[in-house]
Design a protein around this ligand. Sequence first.
Ligand code: TYD
Ligand code: MG
Length: 448
Amino acid sequence: MKKTVFVCQQCGYKSPKWLGRCPDCGGWNTFVEETKQGNSQRQRDSERLIPSPITEIASFEFSRLKTDMAELDRVLGGGIVPGSVILIGGPPGIGKSTLALQTLHQLAKQDIRVIYVSGEESSSQIKMRAKRLGIENANLLVLTANEIEGIINTIISSNVRAAVIDSIQTMFTEGLSSAPGSVSQVREVTNLLVRLAKKGEIALFIIGHVTKEGAIAGPRMLEHMVDTVLYFEGEKGHPFRILRAVKNRFGSTNEVGIFEMQERGLVAIKNPSEIFLSERPQNVPGSVVVPVLEGTRPLLVELQALVSPSFLAMPRRTCLGIDPYRLNLLVAILEKRLGLNLGGQDIFLNVAGGIKIDEPAADLGIVVSIASSFFNKVVPGEWIFLGEVGLTGEVRAVMQIEQRLIEAEKLGFKRCLLPQTNLKRLKKSYLQAFGVNSVEKAFEIVFS
Ligand code: TYD
Ligand code: MG
């Protein structure tokens, strides 16, 4: 008799019977019946295994493949390691296929044979995209297929050193009866691909779609199986894209690469701060610049606040690029500790350029920007702001302050408001720095 099991398509939880709600992740209607795989009795190796002292293990430098896309190489930790499996996740339409195709082209130009396997688009669609990107190279092979065993055989026989699988959710193995994209298919297909990469020393890029909640469709377990996980993100309607390493067995996870989607593909941005500030309006209340960190890189971004009288019983608090909870908290501090009467005001806050800020170092910039719009007073363009704001209105120290100040100095900013504690610890002086320990003090300096 065939044994079946019900598997939650969100988290991989298994149950012998169908359930309406997953007890593990709480998802509704997520169970799908799948054929149980027999636990093949593995042969036990009776040989004794011998560990080696760590001092006697030869260290080994990977010979990485360079892509000539400096942003990508950096995120990967200095290039692509042969035999590694790299997962590229991101929402539909963000540019994953474009990034993958451009990466393969960079390798093909160095006389490296590569293959692009698509389960989503036809060869002619891929050709059209390639044309748009100016890709014309016989080292780049294209295959459209969905059945993984056939794909793996083709990859082995075509003697390539790098391959792209676009996307994991469209691939299936004959061995399982469930639909492509289901947990068991994704797991099994990834298993086979990882084995292929390790055995054949092939650098493998796997593209995965991300669900609305931000997880790679098909569950998290995919992330455990691969060596490197990159997320490609960006705001809809903005040309900027951020490539972020969230896991990397061959490098740091602090790196990000910034790209712009142009007419002819993705272009790496070397000086992002300049671009993010290029459209900054002059002498407008509510506009403030803060140096934030994206990975290890300082980035100057513009915050814009608009505070205007509300006609609603519940005034609006709307923000783009920062956590709404953070905005509410800072507004409450402004009301309670600084006596700003924001109760009857709609407040809109926007981070220009589609960047997301998730560090408290931008707090001081946010409150200054809101106050600037509320008082209708311009903050001179030469200022930058740094500091975490606590519930009593105190200004707290932030991390890696020097890097941020150096970047601001490079871009010609003249004055900086920063936490007193940070100022005292600075080894060298940057800009014209003012140390403050409360928001009140900060407002005195900026708005007097
Ligand atoms: P795509 O790589 O197909 O996204 P994904 O694989 O993540 O779904 O790219 C999608 C968008 O990028 C598409 O809306 C068109 C745009 N695009 C450009 O603006 N310029 C280009 O050169 C290319 C190839 C795409
Ligand atoms: Mg695609």
